[in-house]
Design a binder for this molecule. Structure first.
Ligand SMILES: [Zn+2]
Length: 410
């Protein structure tokens, strides 16, 4: 039997020593149960908000029970050992039932007793709620479905071809490991995952059919929580322009793909610190990357040696920097001040226009033209740790300029 009540525990030794008691009644649960494997041993368990594991008192060590004020819902149980008084306040009928049962325990009146063994009087259901699940074989999927309480879920190496939609129901999920499967895409609804901070998609089949559905990147929730994205060893030919929507992204891994060009938007992810893109087909980097404060970058095993020489400064003259149309001017303002835009607010053609904007070496937006100049920069001047072939760190950057001043300066 269990009752909800308020309890103050008084240590009589403290009162004898005149130590001040805090005099606080705590919201509590009092349970009466039988000791497992025993027919005559009974216990009282006291749980409170401060003591979730509970304190166990033997009924045999009760010295006295005070029930004078039981009609007012008050009673005290005095124990010989430990020398504690449990002062109880509860609803009177409930308390009377509890005391009646307690009396039966003390007197040994078995007829009145239908108590459960103490072990089954669990504290709270919360302790049983799983927060982590590792599945290493398909047969291990819970028959009742994935527990809604999960915070981390590991589904690695299960040969899954499709994303399991029941994952979308896990509102508390923070870590999702889908690595070593055969997944080709995530559904757009995945963007509504409210708490996801780590997404492991290494060794899958993203990009195997050429076009990848990245709409989940536009999700209202995931863009605000995702910190780690691992796309290692997929079949990606490029990273999505919308990658910058992940405004909390710290770690991006895209090693071992077929990426030949990075989107200029990558420079807009101000939180990015670890970026690995080794074993791809990059020939140059966007100059916007220099705006990221990376602590670690790995660009080894790419194709930086294949010089492009597709443009020279001869094609470029200060006369090409013109004032620009109203769209250009307003686009610059939106990008400069990082004003939020999305296709539910403005036409998607404008969204695309803004996402396609480049970035000047100075960090300012460039929307007027698409001419670029390849220039070499030393990555070590910009980033703390650089991993590149043969300790080299000079790489060609695809540079854009916002003004004649920037053009002449760089
Ligand atoms: Zn500039």
């Amino acid at each position: 039997m269990k009752i909800q009540c308020q309890i103050e525990v008084i240590n009589r030794l403290h009162s004898a020593l005149n130590l001040r008691n805090n005099g606080k009644y705590l919201k509590s649960t009092l349970a009466l149960g039988k000791e497992p494997k025993s027919e005559t041993e009974y216990f009282i368990l006291h749980f409170s908000s401060l003591n979730k594991t509970g304190t166990k008192y033997r009924v045999k060590s009760i010295k006295q029970v005070f029930v004078k004020y039981i009609n007012e819902g008050k009673s005290t149980i005095r124990f010989e050992e430990p020398p504690y008084d449990l002062c109880i306040k509860s609803e009177s009928i409930q308390l009377k039932c509890f005391m009646k049962l307690l009396r039966s325990c003390i007197t040994g009146d078995e007829k009145a007793l239908h108590l459960s063994p103490l072990s089954s009087l669990s504290v709270t259901a919360k302790n049983n709620a799983p927060v982590k699940l590792v599945i290493s074989d398909r047969s291990q999927f819970p028959a009742k479905g994935l527990p809604r309480t999960l915070q981390s879920l590991y589904l690695s190496g299960l040969k899954l071809c499709n994303f399991r939609r029941d994952i979308l129901l896990l509102k508390h999920l923070a870590v999702l490991d889908l690595s070593n499967n055969e997944i080709e895409k995530l559904p757009p609804e995945f963007g509504r995952m409210a708490n996801l901070s780590e997404l492991h998609l290494a060794n899958n089949q993203l990009g195997v059919r050429g076009v990848v559905d990245w709409r989940w990147l536009l999700g209202p929730q995931i863009t605000k929580t995702l910190k780690l994205l691992d796309l290692t060893s997929n079949k990606l030919g490029h990273l999505p322009k919308a990658i910058w929507k992940l405004e909390k992204l710290v770690t991006l891994k895209a090693n071992d793909n077929m990426i030949s060009r990075l989107p200029a938007t990558i420079g807009r992810i101000s939180t990015l610190r670890y970026f690995t893109i080794s074993s791809n087909e990059l020939q140059s980097l966007p100059c916007s990357l220099m705006q990221c404060r990376l602590e670690y970058i790995d660009i080894s095993s790419n194709k930086f040696d294949n010089k492009q020489n597709n443009s020279t400064s001869d094609q470029y003259s200060p006369w090409q920097f013109y004032v620009g149309s109203l769209v250009h001017l307003s686009a610059k303002i939106i990008l400069k001040h990082k004003i939020h835009y999305a296709s539910n607010i403005i036409p998607w053609t404008l969204v695309e226009f803004l996402d396609n904007a480049n970035m000047c070496v100075c960090g300012a937006p460039v929307v007027n033209y698409t001419h670029s100049i390849n220039k070499e920069y030393d990555l070590k001047d910009y980033f703390r740790t650089v991993v590149f072939n043969n300790n080299l760190s000079v790489v060609e950057f695809e540079c854009y300029f916002c003004s004649p001043k920037c053009f002449l300066k760089h």
